[in-house]
Design a protein around this ligand. Structure first.
Ligand code: TLP
Length: 346
């Protein structure tokens, strides 16, 4: 629909004309032979940004996490946050594809401390699966774009290393964390053995993620990616969009964070909502009035051309991104006010 304000996700952005030009101009080759110069340039750049030896271009964040779980997990069980993406949205891939069971542990707003993790590490016994991986997420999607505090993450990384358990970081939105805090990407990445970052969320590329780690790990990941059907050929056209995204669209994430803050502030003034100030670009809106259901609200909003995502019966997610401006946020706020007035006439 024309004039729609789409707040469902930051994945809905369309490649800009300048990004499309870069895609059209991209030099390409067969990436299975490692001969695509644009893919190679992207992998090198992202690995450098994260302070890792090597990177691997992936078709999606889901495949990137799943390949990491398969390639990194040295046992039958992987610990993750109970609200984590790998647990909720990856179609039981760890179990289905790699024979790995996830052990979901409830963190505080998506943050697992070492105490949380340690409590879930299996003692060595004939009747327990072996703990082979710890998965962290920064920023955390279902917790509302929360940033993992660097010191907590570093503590988990250091202590996991001492126990010989690798750490995988789902950094689909690590760019947002870095922009929100000023902490370099590499400082977060240093807490983990493998890191996946996405180009198709706030950075506005149409497709793609990059999985980074040691050279040895990436060699293994190349084999796993192929076995999952994710090896690509002239992927340089896609890598060109990702390169453009990394080179042009990182600093501007601050605008998305500011707009998410404005949206949350406006929504908090509407009596039926409880809204925490967002740390990045994801606003979680809790509908606290029993008479108002999230699904009914989203229907009213849709009629007004405002798309949001009901993540639970009383919870709505709204995500800001580069295809939205201040006027769109203002329009969304007015529509929320209107929808509430219609559902709960005073
Ligand atoms: N998340 C999507 C949906 O799958 C929920 C969204 O709209 O936010 N890690 C994190 C933290 C993510 O939020 C996502 C996408 C992924 C991984 C998966 O990326 P893709 O969609 O590229 O497979």
């Amino acid at each position: 629909m024309a004039n729609t304000v789409d707040l469902r996700s930051d994945t809905v952005t369309k490649p800009s004309p300048a990004m499309r030009e870069e895609m059209a101009r991209a030099e390409v080759g067969d990436d299975v032979y490692r001969e695509d110069p644009t893919v190679n340039r992207l992998q090198k750049l992202v690995a450098e940004l994260l302070g890792k030896e090597a990177g691997l271009f992936m078709p999606s964040g889901t495949m990137s996490n799943q390949v990491a779980v398969r390639a990194a997990c040295r046992g039958a069980e992987a610990i993750c946050d109970a609200e984590g993406h790998t647990f909720h949205y990856e179609m039981a891939g760890a179990a289905a594809r790699s024979g790995i069971q996830l052990f979901p542990v409830a963190g505080e707003r998506g943050v697992l401390t070492w105490a949380d993790v340690e409590g879930a590490i299996r003692p060595v016994a004939d009747y327990f699966p072996r703990t082979g991986l710890i998965c962290l997420e920064n920023t955390h999607n279902r917790a509302g774009g929360t940033v993992y505090p660097l010191d907590v993450m570093a503590d988990v990384g250091e202590k996991a290393r001492a126990r010989g358990i690798p750490v995988h970081l789902d950094g689909a939105r690590l760019w947002n964390a870095a922009v929100a805090t000023g902490v370099p990407l590499s400082a977060y990445a240093a807490c983990a053995d493998s890191v996946s970052v996405c180009f198709s969320k706030g950075l506005g590329a149409p497709v793609g993620s990059c999985l980074c780690g040691t050279r040895e790990f990436v060699e293994e990941a190349i084999m796993v990616r192929r076995s999952f059907g994710g090896a690509m050929r002239q992927a340089g056209v896609l890598a060109a969009a990702a390169l453009y995204a990394v080179e042009h669209n990182v600093d501007r994430l601050a605008d998305d964070h500011r707009r998410a803050g404005a949206l949350a502030e406006g929504l908090a003034d509407i009596a039926v909502f409880a809204v925490e100030p967002p740390q990045t670009n994801i606003v979680m809106v809790d509908v606290v009035n029993e008479a108002v259901a999230a699904a009914a609200l989203t229907d009213f909003l849709e009629e007004a051309g405002i798309l949001v995502h009901a993540v639970g019966p009383r919870r709505i997610r709204a995500v800001t991104h580069l295809d939205l401006d201040d006027a769109d946020v203002e329009r969304a706020l007015r529509a929320f006010e209107d929808a509430v007035a219609r559902l709960r006439p005073s």
